[in-house]
Design a binder for this molecule. Structure first.
Ligand code: MTE
Ligand code: MO
Length: 376
């Protein structure tokens, strides 16, 4: 069995597939925790979890521009460089795919609203490490930074992805080579012992179990970089018709929000008079969430939700904002629909419906989230 060495997981995770393992955080955990407890962080694996011998492990950095190779042990990384800790939300670009699929069949895991979690990531800023290596980040021959994982498919192909050098080089980039998550060893499923964290960018570029970093003139030639995480036009109904070579690989996540409490089908008691809705909002690219609007009459009236977020420097809000809003239970209704939508510091907003953003791969569904509850 190719999957015989998989780690133990919390049974409360909402499992989509076992092999490879893919699971969402429970909604009640997202509603209540600005930092997701380790055992509840969502997991998105493409292959079996690799088991890495930390004593012999070496991270390799290869600069294609001059052929130079440099290696670091975990001990080097943890002890010879300044460490930083940053709150970062990782979101799978397939989050909320399930709802896009309702408008027309899309391909991929049918995620609900919790392929998203937040952790305090500790590690070395990749920029600092590369500068320490004497690499000129303004070298015009370096255009992309490729990350290779140590997880392999049966043919020996490793997971890999890349980001543009601009993201790594930027003072506001915060790309991290992380060795701790919430102050502890990174769990096996989330990339132990070392992973890349690319804040504000879709989860797919935050390569877990990273073994090799390549400074290159071309982007990663992996399937995931070239032929997978790209947004097709709504006119392309079938992946077979897609010409991925004409499209850019997705990087930053668009603005997003969701309701985590109550959940669809919940019963709310009329005698309580009021109820509270809770959820998250998140925007990629370091944008800060400015407001979350919540309605129980399909947007005729909106309430400004109360927000809870990390205090972050401008343009470096890498983590989600939690929100809550209280409503009086309306008279004469036995069902109500809650809807939420967010805006950020750059006035980015969410589309009301997924119609104009529908794509056959079901990526980046950031349309308004709706939940129906019953009043009794
Ligand atoms: N890195 C490796 N090596 N292998 C993977 O399968 N999955 C990617 C990314 N990094 C993946 C990976 C995807 S698609 C996502 S959404 C995130 O990891 C999920 O990170 P998590 O499992 O820690 O939540
Ligand atoms: Mo993902």
């Amino acid at each position: 069995d190719f999957y015989k060495d998989e780690p133990k997981r919390n049974p409360q995770l909402k499992v989509l597939t076992q092999k490879p393992f893919n699971a969402e955080s429970p909604k009640e955990i997202s509603a209540e925790n600005l930092v997701t407890p380790l055992e509840f962080h969502f997991i998105r694996n493409h292959m079996p979890v690799p088991h890495i011998d930390t004593k012999t492990f070496k991270l390799e950095i290869l600069n294609v521009s001059n052929g130079e190779k440099i290696e670091f042990s975990l001990d080097d990384l943890e002890n010879k460089f300044n460490s930083v800790t940053i709150p970062v939300t990782l979101q799978c670009s397939g989050n909320k795919r399930k709802f896009m699929n309702e408008l027309g069949q899309v391909q991929g895991l049918m995620w609900d609203v919790n392929a998203i979690s937040t952790a305090l990531w500790t590690g070395v800023l990749l920029k600092d490490l590369l500068i320490h290596c004497g690499i000129d980040l303004n070298d015009p021959k370096i255009k992309h930074v490729i990350f290779e994982g140590l997880d392999k498919d049966p043919a020996g192909v490793v997971y890999a992805a890349s980001v543009p050098i601009e993201k790594v080089r930027s003072d506001n980039g915060d790309v991290l080579l992380a060795y701790k998550m919430n102050g502890q060893d990174i769990p096996l499923d989330n990339g132990y012992p070392l992973r890349i964290v690319v804040p504000g960018v879709i989860g797919a570029r935050s390569v877990k179990w990273v073994g090799k970093i390549i400074l290159s003139d071309v982007e990663s030639q992996s399937f995931w970089q070239l032929n997978d995480y790209k947004v097709l036009s709504p006119s392309i109904k079938n992946l077979k018709e897609a010409d991925f070579s004409k499209l850019k690989a997705v990087q930053e996540s668009p603005i997003q929000s969701a309701i985590c409490q109550p959940v669809d089908g919940n019963i709310i008691k009329r005698e309580n008079g009021k109820f509270i809705a809770k959820g998250y909002a998140f925007s990629g690219g370091g944008n800060e969430i400015e407001s979350v609007l919540v309605s129980i009459d399909n947007g005729q009236n909106w309430k400004n939700a109360t927000l809870k977020k990390f205090d972050r420097p401008l343009y470096r809000s890498w983590a989600w904002t939690l929100w809550e809003a209280e409503f009086d239970i309306p008279e004469g209704k036995d069902q109500i629909e809650i809807v939420c939508t967010a805006s950020d510091s750059n006035q980015n907003t969410q589309p009301e419906s997924a119609k104009s953003i529908w794509n056959a791969r079901g990526l980046l569904n950031n349309s308004w989230h709706r939940v129906k509850v019953n009043i009794q």
